[in-house]
Design a protein around this ligand. Structure first.
Ligand code: SF4
Ligand code: SF4
Length: 200
């Protein structure tokens, strides 16, 4: 039977997983799950599994757990990638958001290296467009998120390590951390050869 390849949500749909898969590399516990939404119930995995682990009638159930403390992670949603249509996100495969870059940089990422989603080649040139979702009254978000400037710089430094020949430019509207500390921007231009360009 040919293997099926389904978009992998953890890799923000840049990678793929089969019908039975471990949701992500650091999942606790490291247990495989069956994608019941795409299973055609052919039963071949059930016949092939020597551990008799396939259970098609398993259902979700609640557990009561006693714990001394809990960590509540509320999560977040990023601005829809096609909110600023002029940047081409949603249409051009190589226009990615910061979370996708995070997965591209991860050793457990979808390609194992930083590659262009469009053709699997290494990028020669990378541009960050800052404030693409904040400080923008046309999107109803007039405020600064206060995180993405330094987050972009962190990613750009990691990209410079992964792709030493790539040309990396950060186009920013205003970058308060860099404005406060000019030695940081000098280091970025010098040590990591990042280009910083005031734009927009
Ligand atoms: S029953 Fe068939 S389609 Fe479903 S997970 Fe098993 S092998 Fe895949
Ligand atoms: S100024 Fe920097 S931190 Fe603030 S929204 Fe723009 S990119 Fe994000």
């Amino acid at each position: 039977m040919p293997a099926i390849h389904l978009p992998d949500a953890f890799d923000l749909n840049m990678g793929a997983h089969s019908g039975i898969y471990v949701p992500f590399s650091t999942a606790m516990p490291q247990k495989a799950v069956l994608d019941i939404d795409h299973c055609i119930f052919c039963g071949k995995c059930e016949k092939a599994c020597p551990a008799d682990a396939i259970d098609f009638i398993q259902t979700a159930h609640e557990l009561d757990i006693e714990a001394g403390a809990i960590v509540l992670a509320t999560g977040f949603e990023i601005m829809p990638r096609d909110a600023k249509k002029q940047y081409g996100a949603g249409e051009l495969l190589n226009v990615v958001d910061a979370l996708q870059v995070e997965r591209l940089l991860a050793p457990t990422g979808p390609y194992g290296h930083v590659l262009r989603p469009s053709d699997g080649m290494q990028p020669d040139s990378i541009a960050y467009v800052q404030c693409a979702g904040s400080r923008d009254i046309s999107l109803g978000v007039p405020y600064c998120s206060r995180v993405c400037c330094m987050y972009a710089v962190k990613q750009a430094m990691l990209l410079a390590g992964a792709l030493p020949l790539a040309d990396i430019t950060i186009y920013y509207m205003i970058c308060a951390p860099l404005a406060r500390d000019t030695s940081s921007s000098s280091r970025m231009r010098g040590r990591w050869a990042l280009n910083l360009c005031a734009a927009r």
